[in-house]
Design a protein around this ligand. Structure first.
Ligand SMILES: *[C@@H]1O[C@H](CO)[C@@H](O)[C@H](O)[C@H]1NC(C)=O
Ligand SMILES: *[C@@H]1O[C@H](CO)[C@@H](O)[C@H](O)[C@H]1NC(C)=O
Ligand SMILES: *[C@@H]1O[C@H](CO)[C@@H](O)[C@H](O)[C@H]1NC(C)=O
Length: 280
């Protein structure tokens, strides 16, 4: 009957429950963010059905890489991967059915931007969830961006303005703004495009001139650079006068040759005359 089935089910359930305990390992957040250089704690808690586990192994590893630290209970032995020696420790509290197995890295760097896994193994307590993961993001303020003009800022030319921060975590995003020569905030010249920190300016005119500010920002800080772009008006007069100067120079040279030639000839003639007239 239905009641019999039901009670049989209940009995089955309770047998399973008492035969194997269920461990429950938990890292409260999926992600932790800390500033570079901090000494931090990545918390890991667990519930065990065993109030006094005779043995327990706590290990923290980098997901997809390897174990960095293993702590054995009750003898208290801790093994640390050589690269992490002196930089990480485990703060564990095993007894009492609920416990903790926190990882404590010190002086964190961007190299610690990884996904971590906490695992707690108790013999006789192997059903349930014996591990959990979290991602560590190490925050670094963007460094002052280095900004450059690529190309020649002269009339009719195309140039690009680049903006790069050497540091920043999460990676900074870049935004260009323009101020005209009177330092009023203004629109970009027509056809300007912006992509990943680079501003492309086409067919420069005198109106392109101004101050170009790039702001590099991530969630903790922002900083900017200031580039001055100066485009001189096209000077047809310059082109004219250049040609004029060349023409003038050529004319002067011809004139000079003529003068020298004439002088020499005249002088020779004079000399001949003088010679002829000279008394022997
Ligand atoms: C972090 O811990 C180290 C010792 O492990 C100490 O020298 C350093 O000053 C601590 N840094 C901070 C930001 O508390
Ligand atoms: C550049 O600008 C000038 C005047 O502003 C215009 O006459 C010329 O056609 C433009 N050239 C291109 C390639 O857009
Ligand atoms: C950019 O530099 C110019 C000249 O050095 C200055 O006049 C202007 O105020 C600066 N703009 C900003 C936003 O710093």
């Amino acid at each position: 009957t239905k009641t019999q089935q039901h009670s049989a089910q209940q009995q089955h359930l309770s047998t399973v429950w008492s035969a194997v305990a269920a461990i429950q390992v938990d890292i409260p957040q999926d992600q932790y963010e800390f500033a570079r250089g901090d000494n931090i704690t990545l918390p890991c808690t667990f519930k065990s059905a065993l109030s006094n586990p005779i043995l327990a192994v706590v290990s923290w590893s980098i997901v997809g890489e390897n174990v960095i630290i293993t702590h054995y209970h009750p003898n208290g032995v801790t093994e640390i991967k050589p690269e992490y020696e002196g930089r990480v420790s485990v703060e564990a509290n095993i007894n009492g059915g609920t416990g903790k197995a926190d990882l404590k890295p010190s002086s964190i760097t961007t190299a610690d931007n990884k996904k971590y896994e906490c695992q707690v193994q108790n013999p006789k307590d192997n059903v349930g969830k014996d591990a959990d993961t979290t991602t560590l993001t190490v925050l670094v303020a963007p460094s002052k961006p280095i900004c450059k003009i690529e190309g020649t800022a002269s009339y009719g030319q195309n140039v690009s303005l680049t903006c790069v921060s050497e540091e920043g975590s999460p990676p900074p995003t870049y935004k260009w703004n323009r101020y005209d020569v009177q330092n009023n905030s203004g629109a970009f010249p027509p056809k300007t495009t912006e992509k990943e920190g680079t501003l492309f300016l086409y067919n420069l005119t005198t109106e392109t001139s101004g101050f170009y500010i790039c702001t590099s920002a991530n969630k903790i800080h922002s900083t900017s650079c200031n580039l001055t772009v100066t485009v001189l008006p096209p000077s047809m007069m310059n082109i004219g006068s250049t040609a004029g100067i060349i023409r003038g120079a050529v004319a002067a040279l011809i004139l000079l040759i003529v003068i020298i030639y004439c002088c020499c000839c005249r002088k020779k003639d004079n000399d001949k005359e003088n010679y002829a007239m000279a008394p022997l």
